[in-house]
Write a protein that binds this ligand. Structure first.
Ligand code: PLP
Ligand code: MG
Ligand code: MG
Length: 608
């Protein structure tokens, strides 16, 4: 697993003349997007969590790049060459990393090739580019780098042309930096290729660097106008085409999860087989758990992972979080509150149900009074009732619970990662969610978030479920960094990628995008004289229950099939006492897609 990348971007780019006099080379645009930004996007899609950019010339430009990027400035960029910039990045590198030049366009396939390499230090090379600025590589009989030169005559057996995309270990980087440090006083100007060759060919203390040649690799370095011209005219279109061949047919899911995922999340599942008991996979799960906790407020939050769907998380909470002498109040104002009650009943908990309308806001004063009157010790509520799109006032009620010593259990399956949550602030002791909703991963991982102090108490509670026991799952993971039972390996890799993408978008940004889609939908609903089941101000803005049109011609299946034909999947209603259909706006969905769906809806309504 490669988690970091370094992009060396300190150079003056003087051969591009006035174009780069006051701009770094990486900001040269091809296809309307700066090439360094294209590179960052490819790295993130390949699963890189952090990109360290070594800056120099016009460093201020890089500050606009935003999420996922850390800048390391080389103040002596004019004298040091790329090796000085790389040395400035080195302190931030923690493990195996990808190393790139900023003035490149390349086919993302190269990143996949490097990530899949068994060898630890690898440079990508290609066949002839005829670019006029080739760096020729010579390798030994085993394919390891021995020499580099821009002068073809200095190379005996040609291993390829250096493409400027490599993978290295932190140890190789250390050796390169040491090599430079030892010579810096006499030769401050050193390019990283020279240090790479030095460590790979060092007779006494060799760190061999493998030359991985892809004969027809699509890449181009942009050092001068002629390169830029060739890149725009020929290489870039070919890269675009090659990458587009890997795109997956888009199906926009307007059902309330599993939600639409990005192609990068889908592809994250396609990786080398691994035994999940390996430490490397423990790292992946630990990272996922820590990052999920941060989305739930961080601090004292611990997240236990189970193989299972959202209901598994609900069941783990209910079966594990209520002591023998506990008394639970469950709010039921939709299918998922009702499911809470069914689970409580299966485990023979001591509980009561507070039933309320499926579409009108809860009467919070009455709930509070019921809590006090019934001497409840535990309270369970669904934050967002996906049944209708009703957003329950869970923070207000849970705060009240904490004021009265009541432990809170929240189903946030369809709220988490869209509605901002801070478990401390919101007084949620236990909270459930899942990998396939707003976090935008694949189905198969259930999360239970726990406030540490509430979690500690579970040790003493009866074990009602073996597989779904929350304390055991948590404690075993803390001790071993393993799930107790076989984890859904590939789904976890997809979840890792989904988290990388959610961190970049931020939860607030995600909710803003979802809300923008919802507003387009609501605008269309009103224009078409349709009615919504839940009052607008009580809605989550994540799913909308629309009352079926009052026409004998209306058939949900007709609307469904029309939408499906155009790449949209919609969902029937779920409340037994109201005829509705539901449109969710979660997942990797864009406002322009919702606009297209709104047009389809209009087209259908006009036929009635
Ligand atoms: N809770 C809520 C609020 C949900 O929306 C859902 C699913 O839509 C679930 C629980 C159950 O999740 P799953 O179907 O993944 O078991
Ligand atoms: Mg060059
Ligand atoms: Mg260059």
């Amino acid at each position: 697993m490669i988690r970091q990348a370094v992009i060396m971007a300190g150079g003056l780019g003087s051969r591009l003349k006035e174009k780069t006099a006051s701009m770094p080379k990486g900001f040269v645009e091809i296809g309307g997007v700066p090439i360094v930004q294209q590179s960052i996007k490819k790295l993130i899609a390949a699963g890189v969590e952090e990109i360290i950019i070594g800056t120099g010339h016009c460093a201020g430009w890089f500050e606009r790049l935003g999420g996922g990027v850390r800048l390391a400035h080389n103040a002596r960029y004019a004298e040091t060459g790329s090796m000085g910039t790389l040395a400035c990045c080195a302190p931030f590198v923690k493990g195996d990393f990808l190393l790139l030049e900023s003035d490149l366009i390349y086919d993302a396939a190269g990143l996949r090739v490097l990530i899949n390499e068994r060898r630890k230090n690898v440079v990508l090379a290609s066949g002839p580019t005829n670019s006029g600025d080739e760096v020729y590589l010579e390798a030994d009989a085993d394919g390891f780098l021995l020499r580099q030169s821009k002068n073809r005559a200095e190379i005996r057996s040609l291993a390829g042309e250096l493409a400027g995309v490599s993978r290295l270990t932190v140890a190789a980087l250390g050796a390169m930096v040491s090599y430079w440090n030892a010579r810096m006083v006499d030769t401050p100007k050193m390019e990283y290729e020279a240090a790479l060759v030095a460590v790979s060919s060092d007779a006494e203390n060799r760190t061999p660097v493998f030359v991985r040649k892809i004969e027809r690799y699509l890449w181009r370095e942009i050092d001068c106008e002629a390169h830029l011209e060739a890149a725009r005219e020929s290489v870039y279109p070919r890269i675009q085409e090659a990458e587009s061949l890997l795109s997956i047919r888009r199906e926009t899911l307007l059902n309330p999860g599993p939600a639409t995922t990005t192609d990068s999340v889908k592809y994250a599942q396609v990786c080398a087989d691994i035994c999940p008991r390996e430490a490397e996979f423990g790292d992946v799960m630990e990272w996922i758990s820590t990052e999920l906790s941060l989305f739930a407020g961080g601090g004292g939050v611990e997240t236990a992972l189970f193989g299972g769907s959202g209901t598994a998380a609900d069941e783990a909470m209910l079966s594990s979080c209520v002591p023998e002498d506990g008394k639970l109040l469950i709010i039921d104002n939709g299918a998922y509150g009702e499911r809470f009650a069914k689970i409580a009943s299966a485990y023979r908990l001591n509980f009561d149900v507070y039933k309320s309308s499926g579409f009108m806001p809860l009467d919070t004063d009455r709930v509070k009074q019921t809590l006090l009157d019934g001497m409840y010790t535990h309270f369970a509520i669904v934050y967002h009732e996906t049944t209708t799109g009703l957003l329950n006032p869970a923070p207000e009620l849970c705060r009240f619970c904490h004021e009265h010593g009541v432990t809170t259990i929240v189903d946030a399956v369809s709220a988490f990662a869209a509605i901002p949550i801070d478990m401390d602030r919101d007084c949620f002791d236990f909270m459930a969610s899942t990998s396939n909703k707003n976090i935008q991963g694949m189905a198969g991982v259930a999360f239970v978030f726990c406030r540490k102090e509430a979690l500690e108490k579970l040790k003493a509670y009866p074990m009602r479920s073996y597989y779904l026991n929350l304390w055991d799952q948590y404690a075993y993971f803390k001790k071993t960094r393993q799930m107790r039972f076989t984890p859904p390996v590939q789904t976890l890799y997809a979840l890792r990628q989904a988290i990388i993408e959610a961190r970049l978008e931020t939860i607030a940004g995600r909710y803003a995008r979802y809300s923008a889609c919802w507003e387009i939908l609501v605008h269309a609903i009103k224009r078409l004289n349709l009615n919504m089941l839940v009052p607008e101000e009580a809605q989550s803005r994540l799913i909308t229950a629309i009352i079926e049109p009052d026409s004998p011609k209306y058939r949900f299946d007709d609307l469904h099939d029309l939408a499906r034909e155009a790449g949209f999947t919609i969902y029937p209603g779920k409340l037994s006492d109201a005829a509705t259909f539901r449109i969710a706006n979660i997942g990797d969905i864009r406002p322009e897609e919702m606009s297209r769906f709104a047009m389809l809806l209009e087209q259908y309504i006009k036929t009635l």
